[in-house]
Write a protein that binds this ligand. Structure first.
Ligand SMILES: NC(=O)c1ccc[n+]([C@@H]2O[C@H](COP(=O)([O-])OP(=O)(O)OC[C@H]3O[C@@H](n4cnc5c(N)ncnc54)[C@H](OP(=O)(O)O)[C@@H]3O)[C@@H](O)[C@H]2O)c1
Length: 325
């Protein structure tokens, strides 16, 4: 089924950029300066660690000279003296826990929708390209390997919130980018991402770990995100772009890969108790397969991307060797 047919059937105003099928001409890359809004969290940390002039990091609670204070609920981008040099604004700020969004829809809509729209409006006024951080959770989890052409159909409050902003941005009459993140994972102990959470259980000597056998998703290494963002911005592409490794992983398979790596290093791993994702306590039933196809990203970004094995080498650091910080 073609996208235009899907549009007319199910999603009339969802303006996927007409430029979806452009060739990305590396000769036409331009210099960019990107304001990264809301960097005290997990993905923002990857921009902070880079310390590159190209990325101007903001936070509501600016704690160093390198981080600019900006509160999306009340501040205005136009107050920055340097704003004329900024080409793009990456909106990272959000309440990203689905259960918090389900428990507090009104409060989280204020942050995730109202404040995001507020910043997008400012971007539009000053000619800065907004890049909105959306999520795999705009999909219902049926079928998987969703493309940018697949009609979103959220089943979680968080996914509805993300989709509302996507639609606002894409129909705002300004060039903008929607980055749909899959499960984003890191290698630094304590970053509370998938592998490092499991690794903490190994180090704490837990004997049993519960793991869903029927949940599928793609993954994106967090330290690769700034590279992808820079590349996408500098090529000038707009519209929806899926991030990630373009692969459908089951949670159980990823746990096995980590356990194998631990065992190669002589670490004892907990026994796995298999459950359905439906058996885990959650306010809303989780979508089962939110894997993302990334053909579009592959046409934009052509560097060697890290393999799971390379990254697990970093997650499972032998005792005494320390960790990246
Ligand atoms: N991590 C993932 O796997 C994943 C997957 C899909 C999509 N995403 C999206 O990617 C973006 C970044 O995710 P993340 O994992 O880095 O999230 P995070 O660690 O929770 O950080 C989010 C940032 O949002 C800001 N923030 C949090 N609560 C806020 C509030 N009430 N009002 C205003 N700002 C608030 C904070 O910025 P300040 O520095 O300003 O305090 C914080 O640094 C989010 O939009 C998230 O929805 C993430």
């Amino acid at each position: 089924m073609t996208w235009s047919r899907l549009q007319s059937q199910t999603y009339p105003d969802y303006a996927m950029s007409q430029r979806m099928e452009l060739d990305y001409d590396s000769a036409n890359q331009r210099e960019v300066r990107i304001l990264v809004i809301g960097t005290s969290g997990f993905i923002g940390g990857s921009f902070r660690r880079l310390k590159k002039d190209m990325f101007l990091c903001t936070s509501r609670s600016a704690t160093s000279e390198e981080i600019v204070s900006f509160d999306p609920s009340r501040d205005d981008l136009r107050r920055f003296a340097f704003i004329d040099s900024v080409t793009h604004a990456l909106l990272l700020f959000a309440e990203r826990e689905p259960d918090v969004c389900a428990a507090h829809p009104a409060q989280t809509r204020t942050v995730n929708i109202d404040h995001a729209m507020r910043v997008i409006d400012q971007c539009k006024d000053i000619g800065v390209v907004p890049m909105f951080s959306s999520s795999e959770l705009v999909f219902d989890g049926v079928g998987g390997m969703f493309t940018e052409h697949s009609p979103p159909k959220p089943i979680l409050e968080y996914g509805h919130q993300k989709l509302e902003v996507e639609q606002y941005l894409l129909t705002s009459g300004t060039d903008g980018v929607v980055l749909r993140f899959p499960k984003t994972v890191g290698v630094i102990a304590g970053d509370r991402s998938l592998f490092t959470n499991w690794m903490a259980k190994v180090r704490e000597g837990e004997t049993v770990v519960d793991c869903a056998f029927d949940q599928y998703f793609s993954i994106q290494w967090v330290d690769e995100v700034p590279v992808l963002v820079e590349r996408i911005a500098s090529t000038g592409v707009t519209g929806v772009i899926h991030l990630g490794d373009g692969t459908r992983h089951s949670r159980r398979e990823l746990l096995d890969l980590l356990w194998q790596k631990c065992q190669q290093r002589g670490l004892q791993t907990p026994r796995v108790r298999e459950l359905s994702i439906d058996d885990f306590a959650a306010l809303e039933k989780r979508p089962k397969d939110v894997s993302l196809a990334t053909a579009r990203l592959s046409r934009i970004v052509n560097h060697d991307r890290p393999t799971i094995d390379e990254m697990l080498e970093k997650v499972v650091v032998p005792a005494g060797e320390g960790q990246q910080s």
